[in-house]
Design a protein around this ligand. Structure first.
Ligand SMILES: O=C(O)[C@H](O)[C@@H](O)[C@H](O)[C@H](O)COP(=O)(O)O
Length: 229
């Protein structure tokens, strides 16, 4: 199956991040108008910072918005690799300080030890109104990595909402939303910048098994790729 969906190219990253922030805010507002609340999932990593900063300044009834990460690294929040810390620094301030954070990690010995305490709040906030994802050069998305220990479970249609994940491509254990949660979002965006990601996307768009390119799980569900060089 070839997983091609819509793609929007922007001339530069500034334009891309501003357009995406505007679009996401609009979709959250629609969700609030229709259902009283809206849920947003966003990626960590190095790409989304400017988008999250811009989003934090947008006018929206943030008190009606729940925010979660698509995946988190199992590190303390004091670590520079903590996606939760990134979220607090970039999104959960200014106007968006009124949003409710649904945590994807907690202090504990292992992902397995903390996961049961996280799942209920995640479940209660689903389905996602808007899911923004990143993608690695190895075509992983969220923390669903090629070669990961729970890859098949995370891609299964009956996967639980959250899974712990360990993978050769990930320096630490992770906790991730699973493919059915990501792909059942009302609106899905894959946020990509740079030539390396464009090349990885071209590979992911070739027909082939989702296990080799987990991002195919959302590309085949109509995810919109937003890209700037
Ligand atoms: O915690 C993480 O690493 C992510 O959520 C992950 O899925 C990320 O989106 C991609 O690895 C892309 O990362 P970059 O934006 O840093 O390239």
């Amino acid at each position: 199956m070839s997983p091609a969906g819509p793609r929007e190219d922007f001339p530069d990253r500034v334009t891309l991040m501003a357009a995406l922030a505007g679009r996401v805010a609009g979709l959250l507002a629609e969700g609030i108008a229709a259902r009283g609340r809206a849920t947003l999932a966003v990626p960590g990593g190095t790409t989304p910072g400017p988008f999250l900063e811009l989003l934090s300044e947008t006018e929206l009834d943030w008190s009606r918005v729940s925010v979660m990460l698509t995946d988190e690294r199992f590190v303390p929040e004091s670590s520079e690799r903590s996606n939760t810390a990134l979220l607090r620094r970039t999104l959960l301030k200014y106007r968006a300080a009124a949003a409710t954070l649904i945590p994807l990690t907690a202090e504990g010995e292992s992902p397995e030890a903390v996961l049961p305490g996280l799942a209920e709040a995640v479940r209660a906030a689903l389905p996602l109104d808007v899911c923004v994802l990143g993608m690695g050069a190895d075509m992983h998305t969220a923390s669903i990595f090629p070669g990961a220990d729970k890859l098949a479970e995370a891609l299964a249609p009956d996967a639980p909402e959250l899974l712990p994940m360990r993978a050769p491509g990930a320096p630490e254990p992770r906790i991730t939303l699973t493919a059915p949660v990501l792909s059942s979002a009302r609106h899905i965006f894959v946020l990509l910048t740079g030539v390396e990601k464009a090349e990885a996307l071209a590979r992911a768009l070739l027909p082939g098994p989702t296990e080799e390119a987990p991002v195919r799980a959302v590309l085949s569900h109509g995810a919109t790729v937003v890209y700037a060089p």
